[in-house]
Design a protein around this ligand. Structure first.
Ligand SMILES: NC(=O)c1ccc[n+]([C@@H]2O[C@H](COP(=O)([O-])OP(=O)(O)OC[C@H]3O[C@@H](n4cnc5c(N)ncnc54)[C@H](OP(=O)(O)O)[C@@H]3O)[C@@H](O)[C@H]2O)c1
Length: 268
C-alpha cells in the first residue's frame, strides 16, 4: 500500500474500498439491508484497510460490526464516514454531536480517521455550526482528520471564511466521464487532497484504450485507470462485490505509467 500525507500530517491509504451498496439486497443502493457483508470480509482479507462509509448508506451499523468483529486491529484501519447535509443532522450543534456520537457507537470505536460533510450545506449558519462541531471533535482527538465531499470552489471559499482547521480532503466524483479538472486545480492550490468517488467510470471507447495501455504491463484497463488516478495524487475508493476485482484493484504497485501514457489518458 502507498499513502498520501494529508495537510495535517495524517497518512491515508491511497486505495480504499467503498461500501455504499454493501450489505444490501442485490447490491442495490436503495434496497433493504442484509445481515452479512461477505465483500467487506474479503476486502479485509485481501488487505484493504481504508473503508469509506456514510450515514446515508444506512449500513453503518453492519459495516461497523463487521470491522469490529474482524481480526484487523482498529489502529490498522482507516475509517471514513460522512454526516449528511440534512436538517436532522445539521439543524443544531447538538444534532451534529449526536450524529457523530451515534456513528462512533455504530463502529464500536472512540475515533474516526476521517469525517466528511457529505454534501454542501447551503445555509451558512448551519455550515459554520457543523464545521465548528467537527473542529471540536478534532481537537478532542475523536476525529483524526476532517473534510468535505462534493464541495465546489464556492463552497470551499465560504468554509474558508471561518474554518480554523482546513479540510484535509474533498471527496468528489473523478473519472473519465467527469474529470473535475478545474476543481482538482483548486484543491492542489489549497493543499486539500482529492478523493475520487466513482473512479471506475469510463466510456467503452475509453476502456478500449485503457486495455491497450495495460497490455504491456499485463494489467487490465481498470487497473490502468486506477493507476492514472493515484499517479496524479488522487486517492481512490473503488467498490466491488467481486473478490477478483477487489484483488485486482489493490494490485497497482508494481508498474508505472509513462508521462506519455498519462497524457494519452488525460486526453481521453
Ligand atoms: N461522496 C459521495 O457523494 C459518493 C458518491 C458515490 C460513491 N461514493 C463512494 O465511492 C465508492 C465508489 O464509488 P462507486 O461505488 O459509485 O463506483 P466505482 O467504484 O467507480 O464503480 C463500482 C463499479 O465498478 C465495478 N468494478 C469495480 N472494480 C472493477 C474491476 N477491477 N473491473 C471491472 N469492474 C469493476 C463494480 O462491479 P463489481 O461489483 O462487479 O466488481 C461496480 O459495478 C462508493 O462505494 C462510496 O463509498 C461517494
Amino acid at each position: 500500500m502507498e499513502y498520501i500525507t494529508l495537510n495535517n500530517g495524517l497518512k491515508m491509504p491511497i486505495v480504499g474500498t467503498g461500501t455504499n451498496t454493501y450489505g444490501k439486497e442485490n447490491n442495490e443502493y436503495n434496497a433493504a439491508l442484509t445481515k452479512e457483508i461477505p465483500e467487506l470480509l474479503s476486502a479485509l482479507e485481501l488487505g484493504y484497510r481504508s473503508i469509506d462509509a456514510a450515514i446515508m448508506y444506512r449500513n453503518e451499523e453492519l459495516v461497523g460490526r463487521v470491522l469490529a468483529e474482524s481480526t484487523v486491529p482498529r489502529e490498522e484501519l482507516f475509517i471514513t464516514t460522512k454526516i449528511p447535509a440534512h436538517e436532522e443532522y445539521i439543524s443544531s450543534k447538538e444534532a451534529t454531536r449526536a450524529a457523530i456520537d451515534n456513528s462512533l457507537k455504530n463502529f464500536q470505536t472512540d475515533y474516526f480517521d476521517l469525517l466528511l460533510i457529505h454534501f454542501p450545506i447551503e445555509d451558512n449558519v448551519q455550515l459554520k455550526n457543523t464545521w465548528e462541531v467537527f473542529e471540536e471533535y478534532y481537537e478532542a482527538g475523536k476525529l483524526k482528520a476532517i473534510g468535505v465531499s462534493n464541495f465546489e470552489k464556492d463552497h470551499l471559499e465560504e468554509l474558508k471564511e471561518f474554518a480554523k482547521v482546513k479540510p484535509a480532503v474533498n471527496q468528489i466524483q473523478i473519472n473519465l466521464k467527469e474529470t473535475n479538472k478545474n476543481l482538482l486545480a483548486v484543491l492542489k492550490e489549497e493543499g486539500i487532497t482529492p478523493v475520487a468517488w466513482g473512479p471506475m467510470k469510463a466510456e467503452p471507447h475509453q476502456k478500449e484504450i485503457l486495455d491497450e495501455i495495460g497490455e504491456s504491463y499485463k494489467k487490465s484497463g481498470a487497473q490502468v485507470l486506477l493507476k492514472y488516478h493515484i499517479q496524479r495524487g488522487v486517492i481512490v475508493i473503488p467498490k466491488s462485490h467481486n473478490r477478483e476485482n477487489q484483488a485486482s484493484n489493490l494490485d497497482l504497485f508494481d508498474f508505472e505509467l509513462s508521462a506519455e501514457e498519462m497524457n494519452r489518458i488525460e486526453n481521453l
